[in-house]
Design a protein around this ligand. Structure first.
Ligand SMILES: [Zn+2]
Length: 177
C-alpha cells in the first residue's frame, strides 16, 4: 500500500494538467474515462523512468463489473497476468539497456464501483544502463488488448510535461531530452 501515495500524487499532476476531465482513481476502481482509451504518464529521471497507466477495464476484458463465470474469471486473471511484467506491455529503445518491473497494480474494487465504470492502475519502474540512449518507448500492449485504440501520454521531466497521442498504428512514444 505504500506505493499508492506516489500514484495518487501522479494522478493529481494528471488532473491539474487536464482541466476538465475528472478521473477518480479510488483503488483503481472508478473513473470518468473513455472506453478504448488509456492514460499514460512517463516520468524520466537520471537512471531510467517510471510509467503509470490507467486503463478502462472495458479495454482489457470487455466489461466493467466483477467477472462471473469461470471463463470470465480465467480471462480476467489472464489479463492481469499479462500486465504483471513489462515484456508484453512496453519496449524501450534497446540501446538504452533498460529492464523494467512492476511497481504496483491496482485492480478495481468491484464493491465500490458505483458509476458503472472501473479501471486498472498500473505502475512500472525501468532502470537503464545507458539512459542517455533512451529515445522511445513502444507500447506493444496494443497487440494484446484489441479494444485499446488510443493512449493519451504525458512525458514528464525537468523541462516540464509534453503530451503525445498514441494509437494502434502510432504506438511509439518519443522521448526527447
Ligand atoms: Zn467505463
Amino acid at each position: 500500500m505504500t506505493r499508492i501515495r506516489p500514484l495518487l500524487a501522479a494522478l493529481l499532476v494528471w488532473l491539474t494538467g487536464h482541466g476538465g476531465t475528472v478521473p477518480v482513481l479510488a483503488q483503481g476502481s472508478t473513473a470518468a474515462h473513455v472506453h478504448g482509451e488509456a492514460r499514460l504518464e512517463l516520468a524520466l529521471d537520471a537512471r531510467g523512468f517510471e510509467v503509470r497507466i490507467w486503463i478502462p477495464m472495458e479495454s482489457l476484458i470487455g466489461y466493467e463489473r466483477a467477472p462471473r463465470s469461470a471463463q470470465e474469471i480465467r480471462d480476467y486473471e489472464s489479463a492481469i497476468d499479462r500486465l504483471r511484467t513489462t515484456d508484453g506491455v512496453m519496449r524501450p529503445s534497446t540501446g538504452a539497456g533498460c529492464s523494467g518491473r512492476l511497481l504496483e497494480l491496482i485492480q478495481p474494487d468491484w464493491a465500490t464501483v458505483s458509476n458503472g465504470h472501473a479501471e486498472m492502475a498500473i505502475a512500472y519502474r525501468f532502470e537503464c544502463s545507458e539512459p542517455a540512449r533512451l529515445a522511445a518507448l513502444e507500447l506493444i500492449l496494443f497487440d494484446r488488448f484489441s479494444r485499446l485504440r488510443r493512449i493519451d501520454a504525458r512525458l514528464v521531466d525537468q523541462k516540464g510535461a509534453r503530451a503525445q497521442r498514441l494509437g494502434r498504428r502510432a504506438r511509439v512514444l518519443k522521448i526527447e531530452r
